[in-house]
Design a protein around this ligand. Structure first.
Ligand code: ATP
Length: 245
């Protein structure tokens, strides 16, 4: 019998992985390398933050995780799939099934109620009325908006709109949720509440979030923080583990 301690670490393989990723933008005759050989691993049921100053490449990297943009070199794996090998149609299906998005400016449909905004991605994928009626109220409750189901976005505060957007991002049970500076348009108190809500959603639904910010206050909510500068990783901090360069 082995006297080795049982391994209780929750890690079960990456939800997403960038390997030696590079990206250069070309404008007229000028080439600007913006991502210069980056490796990032997103662990299951973890909250990962990309932290870096403006222009450091956060959005470019999130677009690769979100299969919106492709690297010039390197590999992007999401939910065990090498997404670089998918056709455009297969990529759209893959994205719809596996990835949820949260935007800085919420991107809600103004003519739909909170309930209908959350339900909309399910309608697009042909989910049954039963699935929709099961999931939408549960998510409204999870984000603390059960009493605002029939409000239009214009009748909600910024923080409440972002709560709707979070519920919408979760409704198809994605493996990965991507949020590009989701608190940038909120005051600091509301931003902190949204951050706390996302943290709770990671724990409750066991989904991985990757989030960009230039505000170092977000580190306390994160499991993993990736420090970026000039398109390179300058450090990684995993909660409970030693920092590495
Ligand atoms: N479509 C594009 N064409 C040319 N250059 C681009 C394009 N998109 C981004 N860039 C440049 O790439 C670099 C990285 O941009 P990116 O938006 O990824 O940074 P960021 O860290 O998200 O910045 P911010 O915090 O300001 O949103 C910047 O210098 C930017 O000007």
């Amino acid at each position: 019998m082995s006297d080795k301690e049982p391994d209780n670490t929750p890690y079960q393989g990456p939800v997403a992985l960038l390997t030696r990723v590079e990206k250069t933008y070309h404008m007229d005759s000028v080439s600007v390398p913006v991502i210069k050989g980056v490796d990032i691993l997103v662990r299951p049921a973890c909250f990962t933050v990309l932290l870096g100053p403006s222009g450091s490449g956060k959005t470019t990297l999130l677009n690769m995780f979100g299969c919106i943009d492709k690297p010039d070199a390197g590999e992007v794996m999401v939910a065990g799939c090498n997404v670089g090998e998918l056709s455009d149609d297969a990529l759209s299906d893959f994205r719809a099934k596996n990835i949820g998005f949260i935007f800085q400016n919420f991107n809600l449909l103004p003519v739909l109620s909170a309930y209908e905004n959350i339900e909309y991605p399910l309608l697009l994928t042909g989910a049954s009325a039963k699935t929709r009626a099961d999931r939408v109220p549960k998510l409204l409750e999870a984000v603390g908006l059960a009493d605002k189901a029939h409000h239009l976005p214009g009748q909600l505060s910024g923080g409440q709109r972002q709560r709707v957007a979070i519920a919408r991002a979760l409704v198809r049970k994605p493996k990965l949720v991507i949020a590009d500076e989701p608190t940038a348009n909120l005051d600091s108190e509301t931003g902190a509440a949204i951050l706390g809500l996302m943290r709770r959603m990671v724990d409750r639904f066991q989904i991985s979030f990757i989030f960009s910010s230039h505000d170092s206050d977000v580190i306390s909510a994160a499991d993993d923080t990736i420090f970026l500068k000039d398109g390179r990783i300058r450090g990684i901090r995993r909660k409970g583990m030693e920092a590495s360069a």
